[in-house]
Design a protein. Structure first.
Length: 284
């Protein structure tokens, strides 16, 4: 029963859900919503270049770029929620056109990197704005999103925003928007760091004499399997690392390098700091 309730948590959304931008992340979220019981007929997608998979959803009742959608008399109904998944650089031009769709109780969820609550309030005044940062594992339902809301976000608005964001993985909330740049640096950009780890492990394997195909498979499967173990195990990452490490063994020899003075810890600290600074710069 609990599983069924989770799947149907969006079934009773009190109005229309407008998805603005249906690229990889927006499309992944849409698939998650439909899988959790959101009625397709309640969804409007605004996307200038919809993919074949998005277009195919029209057969299920999803409205793709309906005529006069941006008019107050466009016929799409009261907008209960709007999810903004456009590129942040296009936002100043694209978002003001959406103002006619915003009502007194509209919950607007932005997943645009760097665009602040202040920016959202300025271009779409009157909405309960939620700024969120998901990451790419959302495409397989294993993402994590961190969100922060403005003062208009009531308990019911937060509940709706949470349900929308949870369609692609776990959700955490913060009260201080200033943390979002560090969030972006750790989890938003983080998948790229993990993919780089797999790349470098494979290259190091080749340098150690392994055939390239075998080195690549070993690196990919090791990173993927270790990530799944980290996900399932209740133990801290440090404990899992220690469990693999025998004193004086091969793992210990490698960790002496990775955990040395110029090893992974200070390198990652500098990388996260650089990404955080860049996030602040992009936000202005």
């Amino acid at each position: 029963m609990a599983k069924l309730a989770k799947q149907n948590s969006l079934a009773s959304i009190p109005g229309t859900l407008v998805l603005v931008g249906a690229g990889k992340m927006g499309g992944a979220m849409l698939e998650g919503w439909l899988a959790r019981g959101l009625p397709p007929k309640k969804v409007v997608v605004l996307e200038p270049q919809p993919s074949k998979s998005i277009k195919a959803l029209a057969r299920r009742g999803v409205r793709i770029n309906p005529k006069n959608a941006l008019s107050k008399r466009g016929g799409i109904g009261k907008v209960a929620a709007m999810v903004i998944a456009v590129k942040p650089q296009t936002a100043p031009d694209a978002l003001p056109q959406l103002a006619p769709l915003i009502g007194a109780k509209t919950v607007a969820v932005s997943i645009m990197a760097g665009r602040t609550l202040g920016f959202l309030d300025a271009v779409l005044p009157g909405a309960a704005h939620v700024r969120a940062m998901p990451n790419t594992p959302a495409a397989i339902g294993r993402g994590i999103t961190v969100a922060v809301g403005n003062r208009r976000v009531t308990a019911s608005a937060r509940k709706l925003a949470h349900a929308l964001l949870a369609a692609t993985g776990s959700v955490e909330w913060v009260s201080d928007e200033a943390l979002m740049d560090a969030v972006t640096a750790v989890s938003g950009s983080g998948p790229a760091y993990v993919f780089l780890l797999a790349e470098t492990m494979a290259r190091a394997g080749v340098a150690a004499g392994l055939p390239a195909a075998l080195a690549d498979k070993l690196a990919r499967e090791t990173v993927a399997g270790s990530g799944e173990l980290l996900h399932r195990a209740p133990l801290p990452a440090a404990t899992l690392r220690q469990n693999v490490t025998s004193p004086g063994g091969t793992t210990a020899a490698a960790l002496d390098v990775l955990m040395g003075k110029d090893g992974l810890d200070p390198l990652m600290t500098r990388a996260i700091a650089a990404a955080t600074r860049r996030g602040k710069e992009l936000a202005g």
